[in-house]
Design a protein around this ligand. Structure first.
Ligand code: NDP
Length: 282
């Protein structure tokens, strides 16, 4: 039976550590403020935003909420971001994705000051990560590294296969794993023989968005399996990209869905918010 990597418990420990840090900072008269921007009425996005604001409250981070109607123009959103960039009382800016179709998400991401880019999506943050300079790290990949560290899972010299090459998970994950001295392979929808590639992995990280894509045949016995997927199965239950019941029998450790990578993403966002205080001092 595999060890279950408990993201919920680990995220709770991190949030407790951050809460202690914010108490110390408050004694020095310093407070972090996160501006959270939501455009439209997408139910899933509204849920993510609610969870992020709740985490802010728990950790002692002030959150400012901007809930804009679906009909907001791109220019109106860009003006709001410009105002938040210029406001010294705001340390971090988060624009919840996806944005309505009439907006250019990349343009919006690039409008956020790199000093306040706590999601780590700005090209400057991505570039800094690629060449090992300080900067914000994308929260989901950063959360996975933190989970592996806290479970004492060695990364240096290991074969790591990442399935998925998105800008927010797969690619930054590869960069972070390289920084940990893993040997990294990225697989994607055009990979010719997915199972042959994933079976090489000592650490298999899956970020695709297809329920049950990864089965027993994709996993080397004893591998560590990290599942980022957030899907709904036919009866509406949240599930990952990995067929958990099958894979758990042969891997050494695995993250569940829910309760694995998801809670870590929010904990790392909180961590980035506190780091923003230090980054903006220089
Ligand atoms: P994207 O849709 O942006 O990317 C999916 C990737 O999977 C693409 O690179 C695509 O390849 C690849 N892919 C699609 N089908 C296959 C296949 N059959 N075999 C191999 N690769 C395939 O998704 P995201 O990266 O944004 O998200 C991935 C999953 O992670 C989703 O379920 C999402 O909800 C979840 N997620 C969870 C987070 C959390 O906090 N837990 C945070 C962010 C995401 P190609 O590039 O060739 O099209």
């Amino acid at each position: 039976m595999a060890e279950i990597i408990d993201g919920k418990k680990t995220a709770q420990s991190i949030k407790d550590e951050l809460r202690a840090r914010t108490e110390e900072l408050r004694k020095q008269g310093r407070e972090a403020t996160l501006a959270v921007v939501l455009v439209g009425r997408d139910l899933a996005s509204a849920g993510y935003v609610r969870n992020k604001k709740k985490a802010c409250e728990y950790c002692g981070i002030r959150s400012l909420s901007y809930e804009l109607p679906e009909t907001t123009s791109e220019q109106e959103l860009l003006s709001l971001i410009a105002g938040l960039n210029a406001d010294p009382a705001v340390n971090g800016i988060l624009v919840q994705l996806p944005l309505p179709l009439h907006m250019n998400a990349q343009k919006v991401i690039e409008a956020i000051s790199p000093a306040k880019d706590v999601d780590g999506f700005h090209p400057q943050s991505v570039g800094a990560l690629s060449i090992g300079l300080p900067g914000y790290r994308s929260c989901t990949p950063a959360g996975i590294i933190e989970l592996l560290r806290r479970y004492h899972i060695a990364m240096a010299g290991k074969e790591c296969v990442i399935v998925g090459r998105s800008n927010i998970v797969g690619k930054p994950m590869a960069m972070l794993m390289l920084r940990e001295d893993a040997t990294v392979t990225i697989a994607h929808s055009k990979t010719a023989d997915l199972a042959a590639v994933t079976r090489r992995a000592d650490i298999l990280i899956v970020a695709v968005g297809k329920a049950g894509l990864i089965e027993k045949k994709h996993v080397k016995p004893g591998a560590v399996v990290i599942d980022c997927g957030m899907n709904r199965d036919p009866d509406g239950t949240l599930c990952g990209d990995v067929n958990f019941a099958e894979v758990e029998e042969l891997c050494s450790a695995i993250t569940p869905v829910p309760g694995g990578v998801g809670p870590m993403t929010i904990a790392m966002l909180m961590s980035n918010c506190l780091d923003s205080l230090a980054l903006q001092r220089h």
